[in-house]
Design a protein around this ligand. Structure first.
Ligand SMILES: [Mg+2]
Length: 442
C-alpha cells in the first residue's frame, strides 16, 4: 500500500512501475515507467492512444491518461524491482466512462451510498497447455476423472507452488490449490475481499499465472472451453454484502433472519433481493460474465468426459448443490456459477453489483428454489429461462435489458455492444471446416 509512489519506490528498491489498465475485452495494457518519472505520472497519468486498445475511442481522440491507483500497487514477487499498479483511465480531466475499472468504481460508490459494500471471492480456473496452446502440457494427465489427482499435481508442483508462494508473500491469504475436473486444469483459491480489491487481484492473478507458466515452458489459459469434451474454465463468484468496506466491515448484511425459501438457507431480506436482481438480469448479464464466442461452448455444453460440465444452462438457484446457476452454500452468501475465465475482472464485479443493486431497489424476488439435480432433472423445471445459447443471444438480451444497461452506464453499454458486435461480425464471417464438412456435398 502506498500513497506516494516515489517514496514507495525509494523505500522498497523499486526501479520501475508497470502502469496498467484493462480494456473492454479484458486485455491488460501497460507502460513501464522508471521510478524517476513516477511522481509526475502519479499526478497526471501515463499517456496512451486509446484507439490502439479496445475502448471504442477514435484516432482523433486526445491522449488517454492512465492514472495509477497507488493504494493498489503490487511489487512483482518474481521481479522485485518492478511494481504493477492498476490505473484509472482519464481524458481531459474526466473519467473515461466506458473504461472497466471506472465502471466498477462508480457502481461501488453507488452501492456505498445505500450502505452496501460488496465483497467477493472468485475461483479463476485455468489450464496449463503446451506453448502452442493446442494440447495439455502433461501428456500423462489422461484420467477420466482427474479432479484432485495427486500424482498429476506432483508433475506441476513447480508452477502451482511458485504461484501459491507469491500469493502468501503478497498477503492474499491463499488457502487451497487443486487439480480441477478437466485434464490439465487447476484452481487456486485466496480470501475474498472488497469488489475492487478482488478485481485487481483477479487481474494480477491472470498476469502472474501466465507469466509463471511461461517461465516453466507452459501456456496458462483462462479460455472458457480450451479443449473440446473437457470441463471448461469457470470463474465462480462468491458474493456477500457488508456494512462497511475493508477491515471496517463488521456485519454481513446478507446474513440473518429471512423469510421463505431464501431465509431457510440463511439469506436475510437484502440478500434475497440482491439474488433476485441477479436472477432477473441473468440472461443479459451473461453478455458480461460470458463475453466470448467460446463462452457458450462451456455453458449449455453436452456432458464432458468427467461426467458433468459443472456449468449451468438454466436460470435457477438452490442450496448447496452445484448443478444450478446460483448455489447458496451457507448462510450469508451465495455463489454465482455462471461467469467464465474470459470475464473481464472489473466488469464481472460491476455487473454483479449493478444487477444486485437493481434487485435490492426493486425488492426483486429470486423465484422458486429448485432442490433437484439440474443435470439429471432439469427438464422438469417449467418457466425458468434458459441461458443464452450464444454470444449474439446474450448481447441481444443485454441490449433489451434497459435497467441493466443504464446501471452499467449508457456510454459503457453503447461502447461494449459496439465492440462486441464487431467481434461477432468477425466471427460469423469466418469460414470453418465444419461448414465444409457439412455443406460441401449438399
Ligand atoms: Mg472449480
Amino acid at each position: 500500500m502506498a500513497t506516494d509512489l516515489a517514496k514507495f519506490a525509494e523505500d522498497n528498491g523499486v526501479k520501475y512501475f508497470m502502469i496498467s489498465f484493462t480494456d473492454l475485452f479484458g486485455g491488460q495494457r501497460a507502460k513501464l515507467v522508471p521510478a524517476r518519472a513516477i511522481a509526475d505520472m502519479q499526478e497526471e497519468g501515463a499517456g496512451f492512444a486509446g484507439f490502439a486498445t479496445w475502448l471504442d475511442l477514435t484516432p482523433a481522440h486526445p491522449d488517454m491518461l492512465a492514472v495509477p491507483d497507488p493504494e493498489a500497487a503490487i511489487i512483482l514477487p518474481w521481479n522485485k524491482e518492478i511494481a504493477w499498479v492498476p490505473a484509472n483511465c482519464v481524458m481531459e480531466g474526466e473519467d473515461v466512462a466506458q473504461a472497466p475499472r471506472n465502471v466498477l468504481r462508480r457502481l461501488i460508490a453507488e452501492a456505498a451510498e445505500e450502505g452496501m459494500h460488496v465483497k467477493t471471492g472468485i475461483e479463476a480456473e485455468f489450464f496449463l497447455l503446451t506453448p502452442e496452446g493446442d494440447a495439455i502440457s502433461d501428456a500423462s494427465d489422461t484420467a477420466a476423472k482427474p479432479c484432485y489427482d495427486q500424482q498429476a499435481f506432483m508433475r506441476r508442483l513447480d508452477v502451482i507452488r511458485e504461484i501459491s508462494d507469491y500469493m502468501l508473500e503478497m498477503g492474499w491469504n491463499p488457502y487451497q490449490n487443486d487439480h480441477e475436473d478437466a485434464n490439465g486444469q487447476w484452481e487456486m483459491n485466496w480470501d475474498f475481499d472488497d469488489a475492487l480489491a478482488t478485481a485487481d487481484k483477479h487481474s494480477f492473478f491472470k498476469f502472474m499465472t501466465k507469466t509463471v507458466a511461461e517461465k516453466h515452458g507452459y501456456r496458462a489459459t483462462f479460455m472458457p472451453k480450451p479443449i473440446e469434451g473437457l470441463t471448461g474454465n469457470g470463474c465462480h463468484a462468491h458474493i456477500s454484502v457488508w456494512d462497511a468496506p475493508g477491515a471496517a466491515a463488521k456485519t454481513n448484511v446478507f446474513a440473518g433472519e429471512g423469510e421463505g425459501q431464501t431465509g431457510e438457507l440463511g439469506l436475510a431480506e437484502k440478500g434475497k433481493h440482491f439474488l433476485g436482481g441477479i436472477m432477473k438480469h441473468a440472461s443479459a448479464l451473461a453478455a458480461i460474465t460470458n463475453p466470448t464466442v467460446n463462452s457458450y461452448k462451456r455453458i449449455n455444453a453436452p456432458r464432458t468426459m468427467s461426467g458433468a460440465t459443472w456449468a449451468p444452462n438454466t436460470v435457477t438457484w438452490t442450496g448447496n448443490n452445484r448443478t444450478h446457476m446460483v448455489r447458496v452454500p451457507g448462510p450469508g452468501r451465495f455463489e454465482l456459477r455462471l461467469p467464465d475465465g474470459a470475464a473481464n475482472p472489473y466488469l464481472l464485479q460491476a455487473v454483479i453489483i449493478a444487477a444486485g443493486l437493481s434487485g435490492v431497489r426493486s425488492k426483486a424476488d429470486p423465484g422458486k428454489r429448485y432442490d433437484i439435480d439440474m443435470y439429471a432433472e432439469g427438464h422438469k423445471v417449467r418457466g425458468a429461462p434458459k441461458l443464452p445459447l450464444n454470444m449474439l443471444d446474450a448481447m441481444r438480451a443485454y441490449d433489451r435489458d434497459k435497467g441493466l444497461k443504464a446501471a452499467m452506464g449508457e456510454e459503457f453499454s453503447a461502447a461494449y455492444l459496439k465492440m462486441k458486435g464487431q467481434e461477432w461480425d468477425s466471427y460469423v464471417s469466418h469460414f470453418s471446416q465444419w461448414e465444409r464438412d457439412n455443406t460441401l456435398d449438399i
